[in-house]
Write a new protein. Structure first.
Length: 87
């Protein structure tokens, strides 16, 4: 399979790219035709991708929740912790 299983390479993926890769892994695992070691590696990679997707969704939710309306009705975005680079 040759997939990296480190969090570092996943961290640079967009939500959409990570989700697409995760869906591919799920399809291959459901097919059940691969070798056991490859399936375990794919499962590990899938777990990392799932965690990455969940984090991206949480960040998106936080940004949406921070959208505020000015007194004139114009929308603006209040800074969030991840906008400032803090975790």
């Amino acid at each position: 399979m040759g997939e990296k299983t480190t969090s570092a390479d996943v961290a640079n993926l967009s939500f959409e790219d990570a989700l697409t890769e995760l869906e591919g892994i799920v399809r291959r695992l459901e097919d059940g035709t691969g070798k056991l070691d490859e399936a375990i590696d794919a499962y590990e990679r899938g777990a990392i991708l799932k965690r990455h997707c969940e984090t991206k969704l949480q960040e998106a939710r936080a940004r949406v929740e921070k959208i505020v309306l000015d007194t004139d009705g114009a929308a603006s975005v209040a800074p969030t912790d991840f906008d400032r680079g803090t975790d």
